[in-house]
Design a binder for this molecule. Structure first.
Ligand code: FEO
Length: 399
């Protein structure tokens, strides 16, 4: 049975949620599920904005058939070709063989790569700033390459002042009846997953995100409709400000996150001593994670939130303890910048994780590694405890 919600007079949400999927993109845990948003504008012509993941295809088509109520589908605008939105495009073409597909040149190439058959005869190729008028509505197409794929574009409807923003402004998490951000406590219940989605999915492409934000700044946006998660119709500037910070790799908060990799607990002990001393110095809201049992996507997200990182690692196979190394390589892959870092290393006979961690951070832009790396040999003794207190002092002074 159909399950849809109305957004504006002409625009409807016809997406669906998946609470069964364990890993988004087969890599990121999504304990709260995921929504695949799709939108339909009922004008003199009918306009679908993106399809949906195959997992919710049955629901999506029931929703679409209901909203069309026997009308034909005139256009499908393909803002993004990643299969979580476009996997059902071929089924859409079977059901509506006369639909005009709107996208850019790269979209057409990708349709050919993902599907069989030639759709060039029904493809309307658009470029930056070009428009499509469907009656009352005029849609303007704005290219958003690498937010999140090269073909990605966003679509602005001047009639109802809606920005269909593709993956931008999306978040992990299923929609639970409330499809609008103002219907939920977004800051309490969604922001962490929004940040984790941003950092891991789009985080590498901050420059391109900033380019998109500059273009969007010139639009009067009353509704922000992403492909995942809640729709924004109030307080849009608050969420845009988050994107400005994340997109420029500026920390969201002056805060310390500690990530440790500890085999028998001694490296953890050093991290705990440092954290306690930071607390004594007045540092509040310290977060600490065991890299061995925390999915890297959460650690990357915390690194995007916090101004200061403490990383503690055992030496393992003459290198960085693997879970910590994975975390650091993820930070590098997502081009993290503008952070202050303190390091703790451990090694029973040849500690060198500190030097190796420092080398990874040295390859990142505008990351300051504090000089006084604390080096343990097996466990914390009194000299190392004093070194940890000194490191806490230095760290606290930079906050
Ligand atoms: Fe939600 Fe890049 O796809």
């Amino acid at each position: 049975m159909y399950c849809v919600r109305q957004i504006t007079e002409d625009c409807w949400w016809l997406g669906a949620s998946d609470r069964r999927l364990a890993l988004f993109e087969n890599v990121y845990p999504i304990p709260q599920g995921i929504s695949y948003n799709s939108y339909l504008v009922l004008d003199e012509k009918t306009v679908l904005l993106d399809t949906a993941d195959a997992a919710v295809g049955k629901q999506f088509f029931e929703n679409l058939e209901h909203l069309l109520a026997g009308r034909k589908l005139d256009y499908v605008i393909v803002n993004h070709m990643e299969p979580d939105h476009a996997a059902t495009l071929d089924e859409l073409l079977r059901r509506f063989p006369e639909v005009q597909i709107v996208g850019n040149a790269k979209t057409l190439t990708m349709i050919g790569q993902f599907f069989d058959g030639d759709v060039s005869g029904q493809f309307v190729s658009v470029k930056e700033g070009e428009t499509l008028t469907t009656g009352r509505h005029t849609f303007t197409f704005v290219m958003a390459p690498m937010v999140h794929w090269p073909e990605t574009m966003v679509t602005y409807d001047a009639q109802e002042k809606i920005l269909f923003s593709a993956d931008a402004f999306g978040t992990f998490g299923a929609l639970n009846g409330n499809i609008f951000a103002d219907e939920v406590n977004f800051e309490r219940d969604w922001l962490d997953d929004a940040r984790r989605y941003y950092a891991n999915i789009v985080g590498k492409y901050g420059v391109q995100v900033q380019n998109l934000l500059k273009k969007a700044a010139g639009l009067d946006i009353q509704y922000l409709c992403p492909l995942h998660g809640p729709i924004w119709r109030e307080n849009i500037g608050w969420f845009v400000e988050k994107y400005q910070r994340w997109g420029s790799w500026m920390p969201e908060e002056q805060a310390v996150v500690i990530v440790y990799g500890s085999i028998y607990g001694h490296t953890q002990n050093a991290a705990e001593i440092l954290a306690a001393q930071l607390a004594e110095k007045g540092v509040r809201n310290i977060t600490m994670y065991d890299a061995s049992k925390t999915d890297p996507s959460y650690l990357v997200s915390e690194a995007f939130r916090c101004s200061h990182l403490v990383v503690a690692s055992a030496t393992y196979n003459a290198g960085i303890y693997t879970p910590v190394e994975t975390f650091l390589l993820e930070l590098k892959a997502h081009a993290l910048q503008n952070r202050t870092v303190a390091l703790i290393e451990n090694g029973t006979w040849a500690p060198q994780s500190g030097r190796l961690m420092g080398e990874i951070f040295a390859s990142m832009k505008n990351v300051t590694v504090l000089e006084d790396t604390v080096s343990l040999k097996s466990s914390v003794k009194e000299p190392q405890r004093r070194s940890l207190l000194a490191l806490a002092d230095t760290l606290a002074q930079t906050l």
